[in-house]
Design a protein around this ligand. Structure first.
Ligand SMILES: Nc1ncnc2c1ncn2[C@@H]1O[C@H](COP(=O)(O)OP(=O)(O)OP(=O)(O)O)[C@@H](O)[C@H]1O
Ligand SMILES: [Mg+2]
Length: 353
């Protein structure tokens, strides 16, 4: 049974529709990420689940209860925000214990629970400090601790790592994953960072302008995107998109000088039709396949691999991963890819399979 069902939820602020018929099923114990660019409605949706924001239509079901019209405190969810929202005059221990105090829990049980959470998050040495005596990462751990101690049925995270520097973000990301694996509670996590989504999620929901673009496992979104938006949003560096034309009675595409066999597609395409060919940087470093000639502009070296930026004869820019050599500015190199690695999209950006 789904632990959380978001059913046909819509919401407008004045004339602006912020959520448009959004439905998401979150299985018990799973980790679901709501992913999308700034302003797409992620926080609005999460707040609607938490009961901090009324919705115009649709319903929200947690467990077997329809909570659509229940206030936040009756929903048994805990939320962790981007800004840590700690009480500045309380110590770490008092901050974590606060929800228990509100619940009227006795001191001894409360102390035990705080100690347990502190151990789990490795913040035991910090318990007597004030929030201002903590680093950003430590503050966010405390905020997570305050959510954990409530032992809710559902955890909601709204970009909890976005105020942290890159190294700390990676570290805390792994800790959240570990935490989920150890407590196996249902978590819904909002981010605009596709790397966070790919690394954390069992299931990703991609949102754009209040609408769901695609829902799926990280691998299915990466490998089998439904449209140009998802293809471009998932994966870094992003997928390259080239203009292409259908030739040979629908058996192939031409993209500049390249001819790409598309007989593996189920769809029948008319000669002369214009489509978009998408190919990921990591799929351009094959030994055999369709060739593209790239005039190298910049090479970024990342140790074990490099990303080469350059232009095709058509003028289209391309980023290609390169594992064995590191071509320089001014060189022309040959890229190769397997036609079955290419993803084809129609003029509206929808995938052709
Ligand atoms: N109280 C409000 N009144 C009017 N418009 C609002 C209000 N809150 C949010 N919006 C608008 O709703 C849209 C979605 O906002 P929301 O905060 O859900 O986006 P988001 O996906 O969380 O973005 P970000 O990644 O920047 O946090 C935005 O266009 C925003 O301007
Ligand atoms: Mg937001």
């Amino acid at each position: 049974m789904a632990q959380l069902s978001i059913r046909s939820v819509s919401k407008s602020y004045g004339a602006v529709q912020v959520l448009d018929d959004v439905s998401v099923e979150v299985e018990e114990g799973s980790f679901v990420v709501l992913l999308g660019p700034s302003g797409c409605g992620k926080s609005t949706l999460l707040h609607a689940v938490a009961g901090l924001n009324p919705i115009d239509s649709g319903s929200i079901v947690i467990g077997d209860r329809n909570v659509t019209n229940l206030p936040a405190r009756e929903r048994d969810v805990a939320m962790v925000f981007q800004s840590y929202a700690l009480y500045p005059t309380m110590t770490v221990a008092q901050n974590i214990a606060f929800p228990l105090k509100m619940r009227g829990l006795d001191r001894r049980t409360s102390d035990e629970k705080v100690a347990g959470v502190a151990r789990l998050l490795q913040i035991e040495p910090l318990l007597s400090r004030l929030p201002r005596e903590l680093s950003g990462g430590q503050r966010q751990r405390v905020a997570i601790g305050r959510a954990l101690v409530r032992d809710p049925r559902l955890f909601l995270f709204d970009e909890p790592l976005s105020n942290l520097d890159a190294a700390l973000r990676t570290e805390l990301r792994a800790e959240i994953k570990r935490l989920h694996q150890s407590i196996r509670r249902t978590m819904v996590y909002v981010t605009h960072d596709q790397t966070e989504a790919l690394t954390l999620a069992d299931k990703i929901v991609v949102l754009k302008a209040g609408k769901i673009e695609q829902t799926g496992t990280p691998l299915s979104l990466y490998d089998d995107p439904d449209n140009v938006f998802v293809a471009g949003f998932i994966g870094t560096p992003r997928m390259n998109f080239l203009k292409a034309t259908v030739v040979d009675d629908g058996k192939a595409l031409t993209a500049g000088e390249a001819r790409v066999d598309i007989t593996h597609l189920k769809a029948r395409l008319d000669n002369g039709r214009t489509v978009t060919l998408g190919i990921r940087p990591e799929h351009l470093d094959e030994k055999e396949g369709v060739t593209l000639s790239l005039a190298v502009d910049v090479t970024e070296r990342l140790g074990s691999t490099s990303y080469v930026h350059g232009a095709l004869p058509s003028g289209e820019t391309v980023v290609a991963e390169r594992r064995e050599d590191q071509p320089r500015f001014g060189e022309t190199i040959t890229l190769r890819f397997q036609p079955t690695r290419a993803r084809i999209f129609d003029a509206e950006g929808n995938r052709i399979r």
